[in-house]
Design a binder for this molecule. Structure first.
Ligand SMILES: Nc1ncnc2c1ncn2[C@@H]1O[C@H](COP(=O)(O)OP(=O)(O)OP(=O)(O)O)[C@@H](O)[C@H]1O
Ligand SMILES: CC(C)(CO)[C@@H](O)C(=O)[O-]
Ligand code: BAL
Length: 282
């Protein structure tokens, strides 16, 4: 196994990618915040289907966290991450310090409309997508990668980043990957490690409730009633529900029936101190 390259500066990232491009090789970027799990490795494997070379960025991006959120306590597990990526055959890790991404005097943000203002995550994390889009725009232009792979687990984020890459002609193709789940249905997530044993046992309720709701909608139950009963079920199971909504799978606009087009169910719920998000297609 060849030792994976760890690059910390934009100049060395660009030099690596330029070398691959000069050799006629395509490059896929997998943006992450580290604390990797099998979902992230699946993104790498998807990248490898599209491109000869893959780069994984590990950067806990401060601009997407609100002051009260978990930026400081977000798990940082670089040595384990590096071993997992080496095993997966990733070519390089981009691991910039905060000052390399946001040097003194940094003053630019990406302003978003459309999917970023759908009234889902943005209602509870009003500055979140501005931070995500800003860092992703930087990562795309820094790396000059041909592809960037994103998980459907963060469905609204996927739509926001796809829209941005298109709107700003960033010359990168956004590749989506379906959510990777634990055997009991819980969507894999770095934040799952915050759950206590008892909370971890309860967490799959979310996926089960969404699956049952999707079945009811497919069977043409009244959508409004089915959604509100699923919401009540989740709250009765001890979650604080930020939202559970049926939306148009592409535009993220609210829907009132199956006739409104392909439907995606999206939710965010808190269990103890942990905020979980998930979504499924109907
Ligand atoms: N279970 C999963 N299946 C597919 N993709 C995933 C999964 N979990 C995360 N990803 C994707 O990995 C990329 C990096 O996400 P991130 O590093 O925030 O991991 P995370 O597990 O989502 O962490 P967090 O718990 O902070 O939300 C994103 O594109 C995200 O959608
Ligand atoms: C895309 C991302 C790496 C940007 O910081 C982050 O939002 C994430 O991990 O999903
Ligand atoms: N996976 C999304 C990153 C965040 O919650 O900040």
């Amino acid at each position: 196994m060849t030792e994976i390259a760890v690059v910390e500066t934009v100049a060395s990232l660009r030099a690596a990618v330029a070398g691959w491009h000069a050799a006629g090789e395509k490059v896929a970027l997998v943006p992450t915040m580290g604390a990797l799990h099998s979902g992230h490795i699946a993104l790498v494997k998807e990248g490898q289907k599209h491109a000869r070379r893959t780069v994984v960025s590990i950067f806990v991006n401060p601009t997407q966290f609100a002051p009260h959120e978990d930026f400081k306590k977000y798990p940082r597990t670089f040595d384990t991450d590096r071993a997992m990526l080496e095993e997966a055959g990733t070519d390089a890790i981009f691991f910039p310090p905060v000052e390399a991404m946001y040097p003194p005097g940094y003053a630019t943000r990406v302003l978003l409309l459309g999917p970023a203002a759908a009234g889902l995550e943005d209602r509870f994390r009003p500055t979140h997508f501005e931070g995500v889009a800003t860092v992703c725009c930087k990562l795309f232009t820094q790396s000059r990668a041909d592809y960037a792979v994103f998980g459907e687990k963060d469905y609204q984020q996927l739509k926001v980043v796809t829209r941005m890459a298109d709107d700003l002609d960033l010359g990168i193709e956004i590749v989506p990957l379906a959510t990777i789940r634990e055997a009991d249905g819980l969507a894999m997530s770095s934040r799952n490690r915050y759950l206590s044993i008892e909370e971890r046992e309860r967490a799959p309720v979310l996926h089960r409730a969404m699956q049952a709701l999707a079945t009811r909608i497919r069977n043409r139950d009244d959508l409004f009633r089915a959604v509100s009963e699923a919401q009540s079920e989740i709250v009765s199971a001890g979650f604080e529900l930020d939202y559970l909504e049926a939306r148009h799978a592409e535009s993220l606009a609210p829907v009132t029936s199956l006739a409104d087009g392909p439907i995606r169910l999206l939710l965010a719920a808190r269990l103890g101190g942990t905020r979980l998000i998930d979504n499924i297609a109907v």
